[in-house]
Design a protein around this ligand. Structure first.
Ligand code: CA
Length: 376
């Protein structure tokens, strides 16, 4: 994890640009935020949590049978950051006041990484249910300010399917969130097919949010301070996303919808090469532990333009946003802030100033989110 040096997440975003002028880099300059823009700012990767999950993570971490799980260790580190926990666990007036300062009209709330996926199956599902109940209550209380994604514990496949259904049918959730791998396992493995089926059947867009790489390949990242946003997070979601594509998941479930953050974790930049090199995996035998070879119906880029949407979380950088809107389509890119990990009114103001048509800007900031997450 990056930035273990501070317990005050409010400083995370601004530390680099202000502490040393020479390292200001690409951070937006400070400017007043326009309170009267002709669109809502809907932020679609905004984190929250409940104390019961943090307590369960710490209990497991401290127990003699704690699994060797990098995500659980990350949870233990986050648990010590009291200011961060305070911001994650508050989904009421304080958060709304901060949203007003930042210029955010509505947050889509995602149970923060690693959430319930580091826990044992039964406890994972029980705490997913508790979190979803509380989130649904907050969304009912503040329907104009909050919407939520249903959390689930894939290590309990039956419980996960039931919770996705309950979230979508009874709780008014707008999709589902997965904090990527579960003790090194990914949704493209055959035991998770019922989960993909339930997501498609319930029209639940799945947001795959990063966690740190699993222990099997985390060491080179940990050695270099790169487990988080400097590499590990993105590469971990990359494996998950490409794994799903190459497994044929979107051929089997053509209406399955996936959302990935951080400009699609950088993948859109390489679609040309993915298509060119598709035969490295496509139709090849001997992969996936000897499972039957998978031959995709389409080029890899097709799935990015038909099944996948990306968000801009933590990346208020005009060239990257414009590139992705250009190659994926203007309907494929959604604004996200990544509260409370990155929070900055400067970044919102930078988006307002992007050189986009008024129609495309409204899609980016508001209507694409309304469409993908069925907010209306
Ligand atoms: Ca995030």
């Amino acid at each position: 994890m990056a930035r273990t040096d501070t317990s005050d997440p409010a400083t995370w975003r601004t530390a680099a640009p202000t502490a040393e002028p020479g390292k200001r880099g690409l951070a937006p300059r400070s400017r007043p935020i326009d309170r009267h823009v002709p669109y809502l700012r809907i932020a679609t990767e905004e984190a929250w949590s409940i104390p019961e999950i943090v307590e369960a993570q710490l209990r497991l971490l401290g127990s003699p049978n704690a699994p060797d799980d990098t995500s659980l260790r990350m949870a233990g580190m986050f648990a010590k950051m009291s200011a961060l926990q305070e911001q994650l666990q508050e989904i009421g007036e304080k958060r709304i006041a901060r949203m007003d300062e930042l210029g955010i009209d509505k947050q889509l709330l995602l149970l923060t990484a690693p959430g319930v996926q580091v826990l044992d199956p039964d406890e994972g599902t029980a705490l997913a249910r508790l979190a979803n109940d509380r989130l649904a209550a907050a969304c009912r209380r503040y329907p104009d300010r909050f919407a939520g994604l249903t959390a689930f514990a894939p290590q309990d496949v039956k419980g996960a399917v039931a919770e996705i259904e309950r979230g979508m049918k009874s709780l008014g959730m707008k999709g589902a969130v997965l904090n990527s791998h579960t003790r090194g396992h990914y949704l493209d493995e055959p035991q998770y097919l019922p989960i993909l089926e339930a997501l498609e059947a319930n029209d639940a867009a799945l947001y795959i949010h990063p966690t740190i790489p699993p222990r099997q390949w985390s060491q080179p990242y940990e050695f270099r301070g790169m487990t988080g946003a400097l590499g590990g997070f993105s590469h971990e979601v990359w494996v998950h996303t490409m794994g799903l594509i190459l497994s044929g998941a979107f051929d089997r479930f053509p209406k399955l919808r996936l959302v990935i953050g951080h400009m699609g974790e950088g993948m859109p930049l390489l679609l040309y090469r993915f298509d060119w090199m598709q035969s490295n995996a496509d139709g090849r035998s001997g992969l996936r532990g000897g499972a039957p070879p998978v031959t995709l119906r389409h080029a890899i880029s097709y799935y990015f333009k038909n099944n996948i949407w990306i968000t801009t979380s933590g990346q208020g950088w005009e060239p990257s946003v414009k590139f992705c809107m250009d190659v994926l389509g203007p309907d494929r890119v959604l604004y996200a802030m990544d509260y409370p990990y990155q929070q900055s009114a400067d970044e919102c103001a930078a988006y307002d100033a992007f050189d986009l048509s008024p129609a495309h800007k409204k899609m980016l900031m508001q209507t694409n989110a309304e469409h993908v997450f069925r907010l209306k």
